[in-house]
Design a binder for this molecule. Structure first.
Ligand code: FE
Ligand code: FE
Length: 393
């Protein structure tokens, strides 16, 4: 059995890692490639301070469906500092007949002679140096040293690597830019739900929100935040505002009694329907709680939270994004949601209108009360769209 060994901190694992492992596997006819997650370094913190167990969980999620690629926690259980030679010994103990292919990056190839028990290590493995096209030439010298000094077997894997790095992923998360093209969506979900690599103020809000909502509602809120960031990027809105509005839009989605209590505290006067269905109050109460409990002072964000249920006339770009993100975020699953997602790929206004219509149809079908404010907003939006279309025709 041919086993590839690809070690790294995977902080977090990204599409570039997966792509590289898959290509090496094919090029060298390996049965499997183990992506071994490095232990937490004893005296320093990794960027983002995401521990090894969590990095392994992300790698496992990323590779769940990848043929011949596996996440490995082989190094995590070992005491003391972790050396590659020990990992290789461990593997050979588990698989005595295995042939081990050690994947190393450009910089590592040069350092290999100084690794712990380099001679033994190089007698146990075949080295696959991964280099960007054109770089192999400059690495030939390092390879020659290894061959001459250690009789090492060294090969090159050329690849047109995806231009992704873990640093880039962490930066994008912190800056509220979408990462859906950089990491698998399951990893993205884990990263956002746990506030990994997130700005500190945002992760504090997330934690507070997590403690005050049920699990499903929390996951929906995180999904809405993710989707809002994506839509903001797509349609040119402020990603950081979209992130906060998406995160907090349902921050008052509490039990009925609590909603009525809060309404009383804030002096809202629920009408007959709201008394019957207090959930209808969660948009206005949400904006108030976002201001008072989460310290949001930005009126644009508060407005978007306030109108995410019923919309309003003259909706801003952010209003539309939050309204839409709420309805199509990744954990949503109802008939027609994919059609809405498809429209949202291209046209924000058309997607918003389609959402308004589908919510309306749903209310009619379920014989639920239709709030006049919502109807006014929907009609105004339709009129605006028609006028826009007439202008372009
Ligand atoms: Fe809501
Ligand atoms: Fe919602």
């Amino acid at each position: 059995m041919k086993i590839g060994l690809f070690g790294g901190s995977f902080n977090p694992i990204h599409n570039g890692h997966i792509d590289l492992a898959a290509r090496v596997r094919v090029q060298f006819g390996l049965d499997r490639v183990l992506l071994t997650v490095a232990k937490d370094p004893p005296h320093k913190q990794l960027a983002g301070n995401v521990d090894a167990a969590a990095r392994l969980r992300m790698a496992e999620a990323a590779l769940a469906d990848a043929e011949g690629l596996e996440a490995s926690g082989l190094e995590l259980h070992r005491e003391g500092k972790s050396y590659t030679v020990d990992t290789v010994r461990g593997l050979l103990y588990l698989y005595p007949d295995a042939e081990i292919f050690l994947m190393v990056g450009e910089d590592m190839l040069q350092n290999l002679p100084s690794w712990r028990e380099a001679e033994t290590l190089l007698s146990l493995v075949t080295v696959i140096a991964t280099a960007r096209p054109g770089v192999e030439g400059t690495l030939e010298e390092a390879a020659a040293v290894l061959r001459r000094r250690f009789h090492a077997k060294v090969f090159f894997a050329s690849f047109v690597g995806q231009d992704v790095s873990s640093t880039m992923v962490r930066q994008y998360i912190a800056e509220a830019k979408p990462v859906s093209g950089l990491i698998p969506s399951e990893v993205e979900r884990i990263v956002y739900e746990n506030a990994y690599y997130q700005e500190e103020t945002v992760s504090a809000m997330q934690e507070k929100l997590r403690l005050s909502l049920n699990k499903k509602r929390y996951e929906h809120s995180i999904g809405t935040m993710r989707e809002a960031i994506t839509l903001a990027h797509r349609f040119g809105a402020d990603g950081k505002k979209a992130r906060l509005a998406g995160l907090l839009h349902d921050c008052a989605r509490f039990k009925q009694e609590l909603l009525l209590l809060l309404a009383e505290r804030y002096g809202l006067k629920p009408d007959t329907y709201e008394r019957e269905v207090p959930e209808l109050l969660h948009d206005r109460l949400g904006a108030l709680l976002a201001r008072d409990e989460y310290g949001i002072a930005d009126e644009e964000i508060l407005d978007a939270i306030r109108c995410h249920q019923l919309c309003r006339e003259n909706m801003t770009l952010l209003d539309k994004i939050i309204y839409l993100a709420d309805k199509i975020e990744p954990t949503r699953d109802y008939p027609g949601v994919d059609a809405l997602r498809a429209i949202a790929e291209k046209d924000l206004d058309r997607a918003v209108l389609a959402c308004m219509d589908s919510v309306h149809e749903h209310l009619v079908r379920e014989e639920k009360h239709i709030k006049p404010e919502g109807e006014t907003a929907r009609k105004a939006f339709r009129k605006m769209m028609e006028e826009k279309e007439n202008k372009t025709n």
